[in-house]
Design a protein around this ligand. Structure first.
Ligand code: SF4
Length: 640
């Protein structure tokens, strides 16, 4: 299909939209995506809010041979694609194509594990009634249509107890594959084979990069991938390539061995439990939720002890379990050879991670960052290790293998995608910036209060609260008040809530979706929230007429990953602030700003309570990157 033919087809589809209005930016984006996927190229498109991005990247996929994966950052966007946009495109184009939603395999039942749990759970166990109900549903007893339940947890008529679901959910570590006696009817396998026939596979970034990091096998092979909400790609990829061991990694593995083989050598259990307790003490000594991991002599000794015992466990499994020594239960004895290989593979993976954590001082700091995350309330911790640069891995495993398109409202700084492209290892791409169709000059005002102290000053918080109160009065509530930390959010809410004449809630008062519903349906509502509400929230109309941002969202300096990035840039003699901290903050701030104007009739005020926009030399760069709207320093005479 030639470009003019494609554009005429594109127009004929979007013109059927009920509120159709021509959007030149959307057309340019569709053309760029069509060229990229048809010619095996890459594209990066920053498309301002309201550009109609999803149509611009999905219509080009209609006439090109797939399959294609569309990867999103949020469930809300997946729901919009599957529930609204794809059915519309199918109707408007008259073209039917198969669509599959790819979810993590933990969403599906493992029949083998159900069988194991059924054998193990006594009749008096509190989880027994729920387990029996799941078994009945799987046979079609108790389902609304009399059809057997398909094994997807979302289709259960109740929410299963997490402890039970964890026991019976599908898991790549435990799966016996085609040697499993339930392989043909295995829910996860059935879904995978349906996906193999789909033209479009909808996934999320976590699943997409888990597939990439594990060398494939989670998603079907595909011709191209479209990343919507692509500003999350660097973090999602980093998470997928992050290795970790948790407080209970060893205990859980020993429980599995006991469940499947029937026993674990007593001395190994005794030693490993003791070593885990010593590690717990070591981890809890610094009174911090997260800290960089620098192994001292005690840590190395514990790590070596753990490794010795893991090796003993492995040779026991190689030798005694292979011979069937000591396995009394005939059912377990029959299946032990099948499970043994899977368990040894898990043991090897855990051993490799402990080998790394016990000796990573040999690695150069420039490659990975290693740290500890501690959850004191739950008595839990994780040792983590993340690459500081995922660009080489993405280049090799993603961009060199297939066509890719990155789309978001916030990818660059003033039309320059250099920072984003460096992060993701993409060098050759069609780059396009299409402005929002909204008239920000008429629809939005940016307010930066003139007399506020700088955010790091001790007197900032009380002054900021006064400013928030004044702003809320001028917009009569109808506002999101967004903070860069929970602490600041709680403090502001506690102080302001009793005096506000508007209904107000804070993040955490209700589950997220209910909180947004409450906000949309409550006149003059005010919502206090943190970074997770800076994006993925769509409140068109008057309900959201004001977004207040407490301070510029610079990364937290005590975050180990941020620290390591800054150290590395300093070591390389680079300007860490301009090259890392500033572009990250600008992209986040653009997201927060983007909550305000969602349709061409929305109007509103964005208030940023951070005077550094005018007192620091980097302020001008930030202001330039925000939507072009009038800026005021006081609210005198301001009207919505
Ligand atoms: S194939 Fe794997 S996931 Fe499916 S039932 Fe068997 S072991 Fe479980």
């Amino acid at each position: 299909m030639t470009p003019p033919e494609f554009l005429s087809r594109f127009d004929s589809i979007v013109q059927k939209l009920p509120m159709y209005e021509p959007r030149p930016g959307q057309r340019r984006m569709a053309e760029a995506v069509h060229t990229a996927v048809a010619d095996g190229l890459h594209a990066i498109v920053e498309a301002g809010t309201g550009s109609g991005k999803s149509f611009a990247y999905m219509v080009p996929l209609l006439d090109v041979e797939g399959p294609f994966v569309i990867s999103t950052g949020t469930i809300a966007l997946q729901e919009q694609l599957l529930g609204k946009d794809i059915p519309f495109i199918q109707d408007a184009s008259g073209k039917r194509f198969q669509v599959a939603l790819a979810k993590g395999r933990g969403n599906y039942l493992c029949i083998q594990k159900l069988w194991e749990a059924d054998r193990r759970l006594p009749d008096a166990d509190p989880l027994r009634p729920e387990l029996d109900r799941i078994k009945a549903l799987l046979s079609g007893n108790g389902t609304p249509d009399g059809q057997p339940w398909d094994g997807d947890v979302a289709a259960l008529p109740f929410v299963p107890t997490p402890q039970l679901w964890e026991e019976i959910a599908s898991d790549s570590d435990d799966c016996l594959g085609n040697r499993c006696e339930f392989y043909e009817q295995s829910p996860h396998r059935v879904v995978r084979s349906q996906q193999a026939h789909a033209h479009l596979i909808i996934a999320n970034h976590a699943l997409y990069f888990a597939d990439l990091a594990s060398g494939g096998g989670i998603l079907p092979s595909h011709k191209a991938v479209i990343f919507d909400e692509a500003h999350h790609v660097p973090q999602a990829a980093t998470r997928a390539f992050t290795g970790s061991v948790g407080r209970y990694s060893i205990t859980k593995l020993m429980q599995k061995v006991r469940k499947r083989i029937g026993m674990v050598p007593d001395d190994v259990v005794f030693n490993l439990v003791g070593l885990e307790s010593r590690l717990m003490e070591w981890v809890m000594r610094p009174d911090r939720a997260q800290f960089r991991l620098y192994p001292d002599a005690v840590f190395v000794e514990i790590a070596e002890g753990i490794l010795d015992n893991l090796r003993v466990l492995r040779s026991w499994m190689e030798r005694d379990v292979a011979l069937g020594n000591g396995i009394d239960d005939p059912e377990l004895a029959k299946k032990a050879p099948l499970h043994r290989q899977r368990l040894i593979a898990q043991l090897d993976s855990l051993t490799a991670r402990w080998e790394y954590f016990g000796s990573f001082a040999d690695n150069t700091l420039a490659e990975r960052v290693n740290w500890v995350e501690v959850d004191r309330h739950r008595g839990n911790f994780h040792l983590k290790s993340a690459p500081l640069d995922v660009a080489p891995s993405l280049k090799e495993h993603l961009w060199d293998q297939r066509s890719g398109v990155c789309v978001s409202a916030t990818l660059g700084v003033d039309g320059d995608f250099t920072y984003f492209k460096q992060q993701i290892g993409l060098t050759d791409s069609i780059d396009l910036e299409t402005p929002s169709p909204f008239d920000y000059q008429k629809q939005a005002t940016l307010y930066v209060p003139r007399y506020l102290p700088e955010p790091n000053a001790p007197e900032f918080a009380p002054h900021a609260r006064q400013a928030i109160r004044k702003i809320l009065d001028s917009t009569q509530g109808r506002a999101f008040v967004l903070f860069t930390s929970y602490k600041a959010m709680h403090a502001a809410f506690t102080q302001l809530w009793p005096q506000l004449p508007y209904p107000a809630k804070k993040q955490g008062d209700l589950p997220r979706a209910q909180l947004i519903d409450w906000f949309k349906t409550t006149p003059h509502a005010v919502l206090f929230a943190t970074s997770s509400f800076w994006e993925g929230v769509d409140v068109p109309g008057e309900a959201l007429s004001c977004v207040i941002i407490d301070r510029l969202p610079f990364s937290v300096p005590d975050d180990p990953v941020v620290q390591a990035h800054v150290e590395r840039l300093k070591m390389q003699g680079k300007d860490w602030f301009r090259e890392y901290t500033l572009p990250e903050a600008i992209i986040r701030l653009k997201q927060g700003f983007g909550r305000l104007i969602r349709t061409s009739t929305d109007r509103g005020l964005v208030a940023i309570l951070d005077n550094r926009l005018f007192t620091k030399n980097y302020g001008a760069a930030i202001l330039k990157a925000l939507p072009d709207c009038p800026t005021v320093r006081d609210l005198e005479g301001f009207e919505l």
